[in-house]
Design a protein around this ligand. Structure first.
Ligand SMILES: [Zn+2]
Ligand SMILES: [Zn+2]
Length: 276
């Protein structure tokens, strides 16, 4: 089995705050023997998929952590998939997409899609013979084998003052596990769902010295490290950071808990390869 995770976006909702390499907003591609799952769909993700050597048309599954625009710019992605099928030759797998999203968030998205495609009327899929997407309502505790051998699990997290339905995802495939926290403060749900992950992709938006569990709901490097240590994670990815702290300082902070596994301050294009 070939298993890869590619960071398509390690950045945040703004850029040009600080000098440094360009980092796009979140998106992580899980590739299992060419079967593709995209975790978060931020602006321009199709170009980054293309740059990484993938056809965005062949993304069959998208899981959305929460609806902030830096994670869920779903409409342009659906429009691109639709138009690709209208104008280009439809290939196997390009004509459908399953989107997994919190059940509370789905209604708002349907309204947004209709606002953007008034010609479709009440229908969500207005060229169903060319491209058909389905919005699958999920919540914490939901799980499904979305394609053979890959189980996607959702768990509730805390974000946006708790007003935002927000999820983290655990992917289990071939005896290996990948956890993506989405945006979240440190929650009890993280400890149980991150348990013994081979790869933990953690929201590290809070800077050193400004970590907190209440309030808005992001983690800092010390909290990510503690989570990785307590949950016995093998590799920790610190993502979704602005860049105020140096990578060396972030890693040192993450290790204060005693975490001795691999720590990476992620930049775009970074790839994790699972066991064969
Ligand atoms: Zn957010
Ligand atoms: Zn975010």
């Amino acid at each position: 089995m070939s298993l890869k995770v590619i960071a398509l976006g390690s950045g945040v909702c703004a850029n040009m705050c600080l000098p440094g390499p360009r980092r796009f907003p979140p998106g992580f591609l899980v590739d299992v023997d060419g079967k593709l799952l995209l975790l978060d769909v931020s602006e321009g993700i199709r170009f980054r998929l293309e740059d990484a050597g993938y056809d965005y048309g062949k993304i069959g599954h998208v899981a959305v952590t929460h609806v902030h625009p830096d994670h869920a710019d779903l409409s342009p992605f659906l429009q691109a998939k639709l138009c690709r099928n209208l104008w280009c030759q439809t290939e196997e797998g390009t004509d459908k997409l399953s989107v997994y999203m919190h059940e509370i968030s789905i209604k708002g998205f349907e309204d947004t899609w209709r606002w953007r495609h008034p010609e479709a009327g009440e229908k969500l899929n207005h060229f169903p013979d060319k491209f058909k997407f389905e919005l699958q309502p999920i919540r914490g505790g939901w799980e499904k084998e979305i394609f053979k051998g890959l189980i996607l699990k959702a768990f509730g997290v805390y974000h946006g003052f708790g007003q935002h339905p927000a999820l983290g995802f655990r992917v289990e495939v071939g005896g290996q596990s990948i956890v993506y926290t989405g945006d979240t403060g440190l929650t009890e749900s993280l400890f149980s769902n991150v348990e013994k992950a081979d790869l933990l992709i953690a929201d590290c938006s809070a800077r050193i010295g400004q970590e907190y569990t209440g309030g808005y709901g992001h983690m800092g490097p010390g909290q990510c490290g503690m989570l990785a240590y307590r949950s016995q994670v093998k590799e920790l990815w610190l993502t979704h950071y602005v860049g105020f702290d140096t990578p060396a300082a972030m890693e040192a902070e993450a290790r204060k808990s005693g975490f001795a596994g691999t720590v990476k301050v992620v930049t775009d294009g970074m790839t994790w390869t699972g066991k064969k």
